[in-house]
Design a protein. Structure first.
Lengths: 103, 170
């Protein structure tokens, strides 16, 4: 294991920034969720890297990363269900056009 | 430069290149496929970090379930947002500026920390990461409560997703 810890952290920072750009710039609500997935993955890389480099006998990093997995799965399930429900009623998935609570 | 470093750099290139394609591809279906490539690169990183269980569930859950759900949702909502319409908002320079400033800030913060250039010591003999993780997740002394809360959250999300998306009003 000759890779410095900083390599993982910089890679995760770059992945997080790309995901943030996607979240901010995309119009399609599904594409915004794609950007959120990239950001969650960047966080998970950090968690697992810190687990490996600081104290591999303590499982806190991996356990936390698994909770992030579960939350990501729940977020995608509910988020995509909401998008599909909105699409059925409004025939649009463009986030700019979804600005009414009731139709 | 060792083999692990070469593998890391190849993976990093794959992840970042795919991530850029995820946020810039005009066709959302292509973006979903690029997301699968990026997720696979992250799985290789987990394997490189000797977190075998994480690598497996990255492939099974993220690629096998989450990415597939994105593809389904894209196909179910495809009619309206076609490739002919602009996929990118007007204020993209502002978003690019926000991303770049976050990136430079984070990198400066990371490289300024002490001990950040350390390399990993070997996993202590007698510690099996997968077994230790399994024990930690169900041990009352460790993470059994977050684990159970996560399962309740998944059940709630399952019921909620079926309720929200399943009702079709005529």
């Amino acid at each position: 294991m000759s890779i410095p810890l900083s390599w993982y952290l910089v890679l995760a920072a770059a992945l997080f920034s790309i995901g943030l750009y996607g979240v901010l710039v995309r119009k399609n609500a599904i594409a915004i969720l794609l950007g959120v997935e990239l950001m969650l993955n960047a966080v998970n890389i950090n968690l697992v890297a810190f687990w490996r480099y600081l104290d591999p006998a303590q499982m806190a990093g991996q356990a936390f990363a698994i909770i992030v997995f579960a939350v990501a799965a729940a977020e995608v399930a509910v988020g995509l269900a909401l998008i599909i429900a909105v699409y059925r009623r409004r025939k649009t998935v463009v986030a700019d056009e979804i600005d009414l609570m009731k139709w | 430069m060792t083999g692990a470093q070469i593998v890391f750099l190849v993976c990093a290139g794959l992840i970042l290149g795919s991530a850029v394609m995820v946020v810039t591809a005009r066709n959302l279906m292509h973006a979903a496929f690029w997301l699968i490539a990026a997720l696979f690169g992250v799985a290789v990183l987990y394997a490189l970090l000797e977190a075998g269980f994480m690598a497996v569930i990255q492939v099974v859950i993220y690629i096998g379930a989450i990415a597939i759900m994105f593809i389904f949702a894209d196909m179910l909502t495809r009619r309206e947002v076609r490739e002919s319409r602009a996929q990118i908002g007007r204020n993209w320079p502002l978003a690019a500026f926000a991303g770049l400033s976050i990136l430079t800030g984070l990198v400066a913060l990371i490289l300024g920390q002490p001990g950040v250039s350390r390399t990993a010591s070997a996993i202590p003999a007698g510690v099996d990461p997968v077994a230790a993780l399994g024990t930690a997740l169900v041990s009352p002394d460790a993470y059994v409560l977050p684990f159970e809360v996560a399962s309740v959250l998944l059940l709630a999300a399952l019921v909620g997703a079926v309720y929200i998306a399943g009702i079709v009003k005529k």
